[in-house]
Design a protein around this ligand. Structure first.
Ligand code: IVH
Length: 664
């Protein structure tokens, strides 16, 4: 087969298998076979850039090119729906429609998906543009990010109109959301409150390769165009599902108000079993002709309404507010409640987030408060039943001093949280750091857990992580519930941790904002901890995914003599503070001392590969052109502003081939 045909065949096959897997949930080949085909296609496309196609399945992996989103006008404005929480308003809507139409009609009942809305334009069966709702008139062009969502077809099949728009909701499934928040928690980053925020936050990321890793999903629910196949909205969407779109299988046509309420009542409870978040039901007059007759108000169609489910909430008494001190010293206020049943679990505690939220609620001890779960993971207090106040209890005011060590709390500019600044001797901060250090993904020290850490700390055996390496089995076995065997196991496990590689040791140190991924990146860019210790802001921010906040945190960490002393002691204990010999093979000094900016699109290697090459050969990759730039590694379509700046500063431009020759 000629190369071009082979590429086209692979593309068609991959589109088909992608549809089987992500839309139909019915794969017919194994993941490995799929991955092998994808790799084959990637290789061919790399060798033959002349056959490039913006809708190739390989586009789904995203790119790490940063770009600001272009604003584009919607061809048809993106309206919102009239909302109601009351069943009687649903009846009113139905009666209004009945009266206005004065003929038979059907209502299409649908789930109201709780994500972020998107408008997709298809031309000749190809996805050409994806735009967010924005202000309804114009939105952000997020096409590259949307292309990474596997359930959105890049090319269609069947008998589709040559031009149309289709709108729907981009969602982050619950399991993906929970996993993402677990990762964020481990990195001590702020959590997403619900899957909707997570989905819209992800869609606005500048780096589509990260979007690709976030496993978003999408349901399409509204087709617009001049040549749609049917007069029925429901029928058009069934057709769209034949073209390759993921359309909800839970749409249902109702012919009476009773059938509408049956649908609402069924999904009010059944929606809890869905893999994505929903927050209500959307009711639409099915016939497009009838929709046109009913028309629009200034903001929303007269032919549709959204009925929102009441977030489950319970009323209970606030007994006390306590304050927890985290590993970083962040203070979390917690409401201790009279236990109450809510969405199948008993709630005793709820987060109060921060001082501003407490003030906003005007909380008093003994108040009857509303607790809600909604889409959030941790229950929260949403209001106070002030009428139920008979005796007004003590007003809740945020503490001024750390409940654990008594230090005066601080609040950093622009942050909502209060912090205990006593990093070195506030017990929960010390114990939290040790717990993080020994955790499975860090030093993986078995046999120790929060309780043993607490016990060892109280007995004065450990005050920091380096003390772990001074422990003797004899000290441990003297303690409560500790025999010779568990003592030996702990010592053995501490001993084994000396083999844990550099990248995990870096993660284990617990430097603020340095999670697993960042630690890996750092370990790849620096030979050892000394090199990292002496890195300046520029060098650090030159590393992929490391921004100013992380870089500053690393610098501050090493500026603190307590941390430097700790590292010396850990080093003396024999921990891995440099890359292994194996990692160092293939490293040269050919680009030593050079600062290189990458710009444009490349055909032989990806940008990531070029970055890795620069780093492996002793050079530094930097994001912006300055007087210090040694040269620019330029591909096709280098940004005009970069080109202008390079010319102004007289900086040499090196193309791919020249660069590869430099290294060979
Ligand atoms: S139809 C003109 N159908 O709810 C009507 N919207 O305010 C266009 N939504 O912005 C929307 N599920 O993001 C429609 N099955 C569904 C929906 C749905 C969720 C969202 C959408 C829209 C908002 C309505």
């Amino acid at each position: 087969m000629a190369i071009k045909e082979q590429i086209e065949w692979l593309r068609a096959e991959l589109h088909r298998h992608n549809y089987n897997y992500y839309v139909l949930n019915a794969p017919v080949i194994s993941d490995k076979e799929f991955d092998d085909m994808m790799r084959q296609l990637q290789d061919l496309e790399k060798e033959h850039p002349e056959y490039m196609d913006a809708n190739s399945p390989t586009m789904r992996v995203g790119s790490d090119l940063n770009k600001d989103f272009k604003q584009v006008y919607h061809k048809y404005p993106m309206l919102s729906l009239g909302n109601t929480y009351s069943e009687s308003e649903v009846s009113d809507f139905y009666e209004r429609v009945k009266k206005a139409l004065n003929e038979d009609f059907e209502i299409c009942c649908e789930l109201k998906y709780d994500g972020t809305s998107i408008s997709l334009t298809y031309e000749d069966g190809k996805l050409v543009q994806a735009v967010t709702r924005g202000d309804g008139e114009k939105g952000d062009d997020v096409t590259d990010n949307v292309k990474t969502i596997r359930s959105i077809p890049l090319v269609l099949h069947g008998d589709y109109p040559s031009f149309f728009e289709i709108r729907g909701e981009i969602l982050m499934p619950w399991v993906v959301f929970e996993e993402l928040n677990r990762e964020k928690e481990a990195r001590e980053e702020p959590l997403f409150a619900n899957p909707r925020n997570a989905a819209s936050g992800t869609l606005k990321l500048q780096n589509s390769a990260i979007v690709a890793s976030r496993k978003l999903d999408a349901y399409l629910y509204y087709l617009l165009g001049e040549s749609l196949p049917y007069d029925g909205h429901y029928e058009n969407l069934q057709a769209a599902s034949q073209w390759g779109f993921k359309v909800s299988e839970h749409m249902k046509k109702a012919r009476s108000l009773e059938e509408v309420f049956e649908y609402i009542n069924y999904w009010d409870t059944e929606r809890k079993n869905l893999s994505v978040a929903t927050d209500g039901i959307v009711l639409k007059v099915n016939s497009l002709r009838q929709q046109r007759n009913l028309g629009y108000t200034a903001k929303s169609p007269r032919w549709a309404i959204a009925y929102k489910f009441q977030a489950e909430r319970a009323l209970t008494r606030l007994n006390q507010v306590t304050y927890q001190v985290g590993r970083t010293g962040a203070i979390t206020p917690v409401a201790n409640l009279e236990p109450v049943q809510l969405s199948g679990t008993i709630v005793k505690r709820a987060s109060l987030h921060n001082a501003d939220i407490i003030d906003g609620l005007d909380l008093h001890i003994g108040d009857m408060v509303y607790v809600e779960k909604g889409g959030e993971i941790i229950p929260k207090i949403t209001g106070v039943d002030k009428d139920a106040r008979i005796l007004v209890g003590e007003k809740v005011t945020f503490i001024t001093h750390c409940p654990e060590c008594g230090s005066k709390l601080v609040r950093y500019e622009g942050e909502a949280a209060h912090y205990c600044p006593n990093e070195t001797s506030c017990p929960p901060q010390i114990k939290g750091r040790i717990e993080h250090f020994i955790s499975r993904r860090a030093m993986n020290i078995d046999g120790l857990g929060p309780e043993t850490v607490d016990l060892f700390y109280r007995q004065g055996l450990i005050k920091d992580t380096a003390d772990l390496y001074q422990l003797h089995a004899d000290d441990i076995k003297k303690l409560d519930r500790m025999g010779q065997k568990s003592a030996d196991n702990i010592i053995q496990s501490i001993e084994s941790s000396k083999q844990v590689p550099f990248e995990r040791v870096l993660f284990a140190l617990g430097i603020r904002f340095v999670g697993e991924t960042v630690a890996k990146k750092i370990a790849k860019s620096f030979r050892d901890i000394e090199e990292l210790e002496h890195a300046d802001l520029n060098t650090l921010t030159g590393i992929d995914e490391i921004g100013g906040k992380i870089a500053q945190s690393i610098i501050s960490y090493f500026q603190n003599p307590v941390n430097r002393h700790l590292i010396e002691r850990l080093k003396a204990a024999g921990l891995q503070f440099s890359r292994s010999e194996e990692d160092l093979s293939g490293y040269t000094d050919k680009l030593a001392g050079q600062s290189i900016v990458i710009s444009g699109v490349f055909s032989h290697h990806s940008r990531d590969e070029y970055k890795a090459m620069i780093e492996r050969n002793g050079g530094k990759h930097s994001g912006s052109i300055s007087g210090k730039t040694s040269f620019i590694l330029a591909g096709e379509n280098m940004g005009p502003s970069k080109l202008e700046k390079a010319q102004k500063l007289g900086i040499r431009i090196v193309d791919e081939d020249e660069f590869l020759a430099m290294l060979s």
